[in-house]
Design a protein around this ligand. Structure first.
Ligand SMILES: NC(=O)c1ccc[n+]([C@@H]2O[C@H](COP(=O)([O-])OP(=O)(O)OC[C@H]3O[C@@H](n4cnc5c(N)ncnc54)[C@H](O)[C@@H]3O)[C@@H](O)[C@H]2O)c1
Ligand SMILES: C[C@@H](O)[C@H]1CC[C@H]2[C@@H]3CC[C@H]4CC(=O)CC[C@]4(C)[C@H]3CC[C@]12C
Length: 255
């Protein structure tokens, strides 16, 4: 579908990859709903994007929060044509640490936010999109999820994170197969290493080192490069049920 005059619900839309999608889609004539926990950054971006954007405080793991955010989106923009699931957290914890086995709570938290939060939004937004009047092609909408190359090249310390992203990879095809009857496509992008606030905690030498591990281009990915792929996925109906690595050919080392 063309993005112009369409509405996209972007979780994690207040920062990094999600915010880049919001900026590109708004610049391209779309309307965006910034569904994010962060009131400060979400409100600021909504002000920047003016009438093209609506910020709605949202916790993707909370059913009522997502339902209210989706309703706010429909109340404000009238409908919903797509979702970009960018909400997520990083984590680094060995299975067996200095003090013994890692906590179940930390593993559960990463799975809840990254995997179950993504599924929660897919199921609630998918039901809404399935009620759209179809395009001439029969398409009603598109859902784009964000995994990570860690789903395939998980490093030491990334058991929870890689499991959460592997789950997103795993559910892409079965949901695309089910949603085909509604004319809703389901895709997943697996980014490599991108220059976003998620990496902000890393010392500059570590960030440079990570970028140099990328075969080509030897640098961190730019959020606008992620957004460009997301926009293309929206516009290319033949992209469905697939996971696209966006990583400069990096294959993460064990640590
Ligand atoms: N940056 C990278 O190198 C990289 C690589 C691979 C995958 N990813 C994935 O891309 C996605 C976006 O990451 P980013 O780099 O833009 O990070 P980011 O930290 O800049 O943005 C993540 C956003 O998600 C929001 N968020 C977190 N938990 C939430 C929740 N429960 N409900 C709603 N919003 C929530 C945060 O407030 C934040 O605004 C994440 O899923 C991340 O795992 C990032
Ligand atoms: C492929 C990406 O998903 C990983 C590449 C770099 C990783 C980050 C490295 C710094 C970590 C700091 C931390 O303690 C929490 C997890 C990290 C942010 C980690 C998250 C996964 C990526 C982005």
């Amino acid at each position: 579908m063309q993005v112009e005059n369409k509405t996209f619900f972007i979780t994690g839309g207040a920062s990094g990859l999600g915010a880049a999608c919001a900026r590109l889609l708004a610049k391209s004539g779309a309307r965006v709903v910034l569904a994010d926990l962060n009131q400060e950054t979400g409100s600021a971006l909504a002000r920047e994007l003016a009438e093209a954007a609506l910020f709605v405080p949202t916790n993707v793991v909370d059913e009522q929060s997502v339902q209210q955010a989706l309703q706010a989106a429909r109340d404000h923009f009238g409908t919903l044509h797509g979702v970009i699931n960018c909400a997520g957290i990083g984590s680094a914890e060995k299975v067996i640490g200095k003090n013994g086995p890692s906590s179940l709570e930390s593993f559960t938290r990463v799975i809840n936010i990254n995997l179950i939060g993504t599924f929660n939004v897919i199921r609630l937004a998918g039901e809404i999109i399935s009620q759209n009047t179809p395009e001439e092609s029969g398409e009603r909408g598109v859902i784009i999820n964000t995994a990570s190359v860690a789903a395939f090249d998980g490093q030491i310390g990334q058991a929870a994170y890689s499991a959460s992203k592997g789950g997103i990879v795993g559910m892409t095809l079965p949901i695309a197969r089910e949603f085909a009857r509604y004319g809703i496509r389901v895709m997943t992008i697996a980014p490599g290493i991108f220059d976003t606030p998620l990496l902000a905690g890393l010392p500059e030498p570590a960030r440079i080192s990570l970028g140099q591990q990328v075969p080509f281009p030897p640098r961190l990915g730019r959020p606008d490069e992620y957004a460009a792929l997301a926009k293309h996925i929206i516009e290319n109906e033949m992209l469905n049920g697939e996971v696209i690595r966006l990583d400069g050919a990096i294959r993460m080392q064990p640590r």
